[in-house]
Write a protein that binds this ligand. Structure first.
Ligand code: FE
Length: 231
């Protein structure tokens, strides 16, 4: 397997390029619009063909490159049922996305947003904003729900094998990867916390509204390609 973790410093977003060595087919997970050229250059340099673009949810903090990448490569855009209507394939819990010989299993992990999904690929899981390194996504907009997120974390993600590597959609402190075992033990929001305690913490974060919320959410429902207002 070919595996690369890419970073957008403006939104602190991780994008993942994963390729199948046998067929050279590849997928990008959570690509950022402004980094589309960088990502396509790497795809070409590694002699890969981009066949799929996966978003873990409709993002509020950056605009997805999925639409642009689809236009430029004819890749299939995959999103969650109830997420972006522009996706070519809408997946739900238990579905599989096959990229060459790689099989991504879809796990519904709602709570940060109602459309949040994670993708399990063998011994690694791409968790979007559901589970971050020592944290988790906020639950105060886009139909977020702290109770749902607690369930997604403790019943869905924490039921994966302890050694599963967790690759999140963001980190703001330079951390790149964690594991299910580490988060079970050390995630300050969840480890040793009851559902009620978790909900109390999430309801009292008082975070500022994301800068791009009003632009990014409608744009991402259209795979990052809103019609120009003058058109
Ligand atoms: Fe998010």
């Amino acid at each position: 397997m070919i595996f690369r973790q890419l970073f957008d410093s403006e939104s602190s977003t991780y994008t993942y390029l994963i390729g199948d060595e046998a067929t050279r087919q590849a997928v990008l997970i959570d690509p950022v619009l402004e980094q589309a050229d960088r990502d396509l250059k790497l795809v070409a340099e590694l002699d890969l063909t981009l066949t799929h673009v996966l978003d873990t949810h409709v993002h509020a903090d950056h605009i997805t490159a999925s639409g642009v990448l689809r236009e430029r490569t004819r890749a299939t855009v995959v999103g969650s049922v109830g997420g972006a209507g522009c996706a070519d394939v809408q997946v739900r819990h238990g579905d599989e996305v096959r990229v060459g010989q790689l099989v991504f299993r879809v796990l519904a992990t709602p709570g940060h947003t109602d459309d949040s999904i994670s993708y399990l690929l063998g011994d690694r899981v791409f968790t979007g904003d559901a589970l971050l390194v020592r944290g988790n996504g906020r639950t105060d907009f886009q139909n977020g729900n702290a109770r749902q997120l607690y369930e997604s974390l403790t019943r869905v993600l924490f039921s994966l094998p302890d050694e599963t590597l967790v690759y999140p959609a963001h980190d703001y402190q330079g951390r790149t990867v964690t594991s299910i075992a580490e988060e079970k033990r050390h995630n300050p929001r969840v480890a040793g916390r009851s559902e009620a305690e978790f909900i109390h913490v999430m309801e009292n974060l008082h975070l500022p509204k994301p800068r791009k919320l009003d632009v990014a959410v409608p744009a991402n429902r259209a795979c990052g390609q809103l019609p120009h207002p003058e058109a």
